[in-house]
Design a protein around this ligand. Structure first.
Ligand code: FAD
Length: 279
């Protein structure tokens, strides 16, 4: 059981709770990206277990009447064990999802994993002619080249600012420099890609900029935000006709994710504190 304060950011521990959340989002005009919580599995059995859980989830989504896709962390399905194990497990998930018409996102973790993640992604995206998307991080200096590499690869690209603390040799450390890189990458994406751009940000400035670029280039795009963050904005954007996706985590490993959300923003910490002391 998840305590009510964590329920703001995590749908619940079960698939049923995750699908319920997706159904509620659908009623509000918002699509859902389901993420089974878990990362850094060094044990092949755990990586296989989560791979199988994703395959079962895809079947459950296709049997339900909700509109949802999934997002998978590479280290959850064997990337820390070996590149082969990761690619085999990801390929299993993508094949199952493809046969059920469910889209698969691949999250991006720290910069030491970028090459292995991109290589596996590119092979699968070409093999499945899309149906799969990848996250790129604006704080990494390499990302402009990575975006260019993916310009003729079918599939979608989710652009985020980057959540990992990276060394200065590979990443921009200053927030305004990361914001500047994000804007430039958005421009490149709208200019280079025929579609399949996801703006993974809560930042009102970046969202407005994406709308402007869409008007200029006509390239289709979607906005992605996390469950529990700016949900009013998510619904307002959806009401304006923008394609909005909410990233919805679920599963038994919710504590670490919940504390990450609380730590990253003063408002979230105050909200959690108020819920505990009852004011
Ligand atoms: P920030 O730069 O943190 O904030 C900019 C502005 O946005 C703020 O001034 C405020 O106006 C608004 N804002 C931001 N957060 C809040 C809030 N909690 N409440 C109210 N307003 C807020 N990172 C990865 O490294 N790999 C991934 O695979 C990945 N996947 C992601 C998927 C999704 C759908 C999303 C939304 C994010 C993902 N991230 C991922 C995280 C991302 O890299 C950022 O760390 C995170 O989104 C914070 O950056 P931001 O652009 O949202 O806004």
């Amino acid at each position: 059981m998840i305590p009510p304060i964590a329920n703001n950011f995590v749908a619940g521990t079960s698939v049923a709770a995750a699908l319920d959340r997706a159904a509620t989002n659908n009623k509000n005009g918002v699509n859902t990206i389901l993420n089974l919580l878990g990362e850094h599995h060094g044990d092949p059995e755990k990586a296989t277990e989560d791979t199988e859980a994703y395959c079962a989830l895809v079947e459950d989504i296709s049997e339900s009447d909700v509109n949802a896709c999934i997002s998978v962390k590479p280290s959850q399905i064997g990337q820390e064990i070996s590149a082969d194990q990761f690619e085999t497990n990801l390929s299993r998930i993508v094949e199952t999802a493809d046969s059920h018409d469910v889209f698969v996102w691949v999250d991006m973790e720290d910069s030491e994993t970028t090459d292995v993640t991109l290589d596996a992604y590119e092979r699968l995206a070409r093999e499945h002619n899309g149906g799969v998307g990848i996250c790129l991080q604006a704080n990494l200096k390499r990302t402009r080249n990575d975006l260019e590499r993916l310009s003729d690869v079918p599939g979608k690209v989710r652009l985020v600012k980057g959540a990992y603390d990276e060394p200065e040799s590979v990443a921009f450390k200053n927030k305004s420099r990361v914001d500047e890189a994000y804007r430039t990458l958005l421009e490149d994406a709208f200019e280079q890609r025929d579609g399949g751009i996801a703006v993974g940000s809560h930042d009102p400035e970046m969202i407005e900029y994406a709308k402007t670029l869409h008007q200029e280039y006509g390239t289709p795009y979607e906005i992605q935000m996390l469950m529990g963050v700016r949900e009013d904005a998510q619904q307002n954007l959806a009401a304006e006709g923008v394609d909005v996706y909410q990233y919805v985590p679920y599963g038994s490993r919710w504590i670490q994710y919940f504390y990450r959300r609380v730590r990253e923003r003063k408002e979230n910490a105050l909200f959690a504190l108020r819920a505990v002391v009852g004011v």
